[in-house]
Design a protein around this ligand. Sequence first.
Ligand code: HEC
Length: 249
Amino acid sequence: MKPLFIVIFLLFSGFFSMSISAGGSDVMLDPADIQLEDRDAIKRGAKLFVNYCLNCHSANLMRYSRIAEDLGMSNDEVSSQLITTGAKVGDTMKVTIVEEDARRWFGTAIPDLSVIARARGVDWLYTYLRSFYRDDSRPWGVNNSVFKDVGMPHVLWELQGLQVPVMEKYTDEQGNPSEVISGFELIEKGTLSTTEYDAAVRDLVTFLAYLGEPGKLQRLALGKWVLLFLAGLLVLTFLLKKEYWRDIH
Ligand code: HEC
């Protein structure tokens, strides 16, 4: 009996394992609510990624050909829809920016995003990409409520528009007056509505989650068949038992 228990336990713990977010900030994170099996969302997210992020961030652990395979796209589709850099389908998602230039322009190295979803968690990413706000004291004119004094410009501002923080006063444990950001107010409209922008960011985060663990997509698909098989087996075993015991009762 014991080994069977262990197998069942392992099967289920895999399904219910949750991603743990390592935010490292006190700000409340909004739930990303992504559906990793949603290949259309991953595709839309991949398009956003190559258009808005790949100028600066690489994803060196991912090849375009793997995306084609996982998402059921032809090599031609990948070339025309996802390759913006002159790369070949078999290449990894490299970036053209030179690290030294990046340091000079942004004051920091630009991280590769291959496993960022595992490092930060999807909720952090979802919140981060929606929390840039105007701050004229910063080099790019923006700051971020989950990444204080961030070195990245708000590259999606045309889509989201520009927002300012709504501050809330409170008294901390030592009795000193303090302020926190309790929300945002849009002062300049973007090309997308707030709901559309949130949906676009959710797609992008779905892509980043896939990027961090591409094998999971296949595991999820396989897992459904395994469960279905087990359910079928249960019914068969039950019927067999009834058949065996029929004459005895
Ligand atoms: C113009 C260059 C540029 C573009 C385009 C850009 N980023 Fe960044 N990004 C940066 C820089 C620079 C940093 C490092 C910020 C720092 O350390 O202060 C950064 C940091 C980040 C981080 C935080 C990494 C960490 O340390 O945890 C994430 C996540 C991120 N970018 C996601 C994105 C996404 C998603 C896009 C596309 C929508 C994007 N970036 C587009 C320059 C860019």
